[in-house]
Design a protein around this ligand. Structure first.
Ligand code: DQQ
Length: 537
């Protein structure tokens, strides 16, 4: 039996106990970041869903508040499901959320602050006229949920979308309103993509093409790009597309139809779902929250009394180098938690090499490492050294595979005998089309001695530009979560792990190289991370 505290995170958002899922209605209001979340007050499994509520001034230290919304009406008796906040012109936040009835019907509902002068927004009042929206003709009552933050139309009215599906087509229904309460279905949808199934937790927001600053959700200008994200019930992944928004037709158009919402990019190639972003006016940035569920069994969750964490909030902006993806990085505030640091420069990793980063022990780390991009010019001349990259897949052999330019990377949460370790690594290969390609993988197969955990290996390609002669990686390790931000945040993988030996001071950090050529580590810095006390009032 594993004690409940062993895998509890120390600087990620978690309720004091019980089940949590989607982030809801994040916002900045009167000096506080507000965070609501799908929460079961009665146990460590999904059910009896309410809106939990917490506030923070730095997105790191949280104060738990009373539950904001509970099922107390026919239309949300089965659960107060996901939704968003929109700030009215006068600055008052309005919640629009999905209520699930006992008959399984999903409707949209409004709630207002009981006292807008309270910066903590401790009391919420549901509108007497709820539900304000029921599923339109052609949409099943069980496929109509998760309203987005509303934005302004050219005529000054509000627009918002609600996720749905028609047969197997996932779509974002479009609604218009003058008062954020009376909504009218529009003839066109914002967007739809065949064969993607139900779109949960749609998110739609603009990003600046120049600069890293965030934009208000209603910024509609031809000089910005738009992101349309859907959480696919079928794949359980958050997929997004970059594109443009036609303010006249009120439709989204992906830049590249082969990378459309649901079939293209993902925010994260590990565990990350039902995410939601908001504009932070205090720091002029867009922040993304995402739910990271457990990889252990339901029995284990019940035993430990809790389930799920929120990923560290991420600042998101347009990648003005590749121009075809977003960049995601942990919010700056995480650095407040950095304590003792170790640094090394120019570490040569011979083929098969394994080097401990001494002093960087502990289950809570923030790691930054930069590798020289392998010297492929010399080797690519040597026909005999051609790689089998086309056949390499992160899940085949994982970190134990041996290629010419990989795997190489880090072993985190490793005990001294390597009975437990999680490998996060690069694999550079030469494709049939004659191109160098870089993969990044997170291998959980040896992460825990516990028998009952899902150890799926995650991985995908990451774009490395010809001008980039390095591979960079930032990893946040927090006891049972490992978040890897690759090449400046161009690609992200989040995984959950359950070490039983590689914990606290018995958890070590190593650099490894399983490639058949040497790899140079330009620099590595690792900080021990302080724990964050979470308070209830
Ligand atoms: N979770 C909520 C739904 C949403 C789903 C219910 C996504 O509103 O579609 O807890 O995880």
């Amino acid at each position: 039996e594993v004690a409940s505290y062993l895998h509890r995170t120390s600087f990620h958002f978690q309720p004091e106990k019980n089940w949590m899922n989607d982030p809801n209605g994040p916002m900045y209001y009167k000096g506080y970041y507000h965070f609501f979340y799908q929460y079961n007050p009665n146990g460590a499994v999904w059910g009896d869903i309410v809106w939990g509520h917490a506030v923070s001034t730095d997105l790191i230290h949280w104060l738990y508040l009373d539950i904001a919304l509970v099922p107390d009406q026919w239309y949300d008796a089965y659960g107060v499901w996901s939704g968003s906040v929109t700030l009215r012109e006068d600055g008052v936040p309005i919640i629009i959320y999905t209520g699930a009835s006992n008959a399984g019907e999903q409707t949209q509902n409004v709630a207002y602050p009981g006292d807008p002068s309270d910066p903590l927004l401790r009391r919420w009042v549901k509108d007497q006229e709820n539900p304000i929206l029921r599923s339109p003709p052609g949409i099943n009552i069980k496929d109509f949920r998760d309203p987005t933050t509303a934005w302004k139309d050219v005529d000054g009215n509000w627009l918002m979308t609600v996720g749905a599906k028609k047969q197997k087509t996932g779509l974002a229904l479009l609604y218009k309103s003058v008062d954020l309460k009376h909504w009218e279905l529009q003839e066109n949808v914002l967007h739809s993509v065949e064969s993607t199934g139900m779109w949960e937790c749609v998110d739609f927001f603009p990003v600046a093409v120049q600069g890293h600053h965030g934009l208000e959700t209603y910024t509609a200008a031809p000089t910005v790009k738009y992101v349309l994200k859907a959480s696919l019930d079928d794949t359980r992944h958050d997929h997004y597309a970059l594109g443009s928004y036609n303010v006249m037709s009120k439709t989204f158009h992906p830049d590249d139809p082969t990378r459309d919402t649901g079939i293209g990019l993902r925010y994260d190639y590990g565990k990350f779902y039902a995410s939601k972003s908001f504009f932070d006016p205090a720091q002029q940035r867009r922040i993304l929250w995402g739910w990271v569920n457990e990889s252990d069994s339901e029995v284990a969750d019940i035993a430990k009394g809790w389930s799920s964490v929120q990923a560290i909030p991420r600042t998101v902006f347009y990648d003005d180098k590749t121009k075809n993806n977003l960049i995601q990085v942990p919010v700056e505030e995480v650095k407040e938690l950095r304590g003792a640091r170790v640094s090394e420069r120019d570490v040569k990793l011979v083929p098969g090499g394994l080097v401990q980063v001494k002093g960087a022990s502990g289950g809570q780390l923030d790691i930054e490492v930069v590798f020289d991009y392998p010297n492929i010019t010399k080797l690519s001349l040597d026909g005999g050294q051609m790689d089998d990259g086309d056949h390499f897949d992160c899940s085949q052999g994982g970190a134990a595979h041996r290629g010419v330019f990989g795997p190489f990377g880090l072993l985190v949460l490793a005990d001294e005998n390597f009975q437990e370790r999680t490998a996060v690594f690069f694999y550079v290969s030469y494709s049939k089309e004659g191109k160098w390609r870089t993969r990044f993988c997170s291998d959980q197969t040896r992460s825990s001695l516990l028998p009952d955990v899902d150890t799926t290996v995650y991985g995908s390609f990451v774009e490395v530009l010809p001008s980039e002669d390095f591979l960079s990686l930032r990893v946040l390790v927090d006891r049972s979560i490992v978040e890897s931000f690759v090449q400046g945040g161009r690609m992200v993988i989040t995984s959950r792990v359950y070490p039983t030996m590689a914990t606290d001071q018995a958890a070590h950090l190593y650099l490894f190289n399983n490639a058949t050529t040497s790899i140079n580590v330009r620099n590595i810095d690792a900080w021990q991370m302080h724990s964050v006390p979470m308070h209830a009032i």
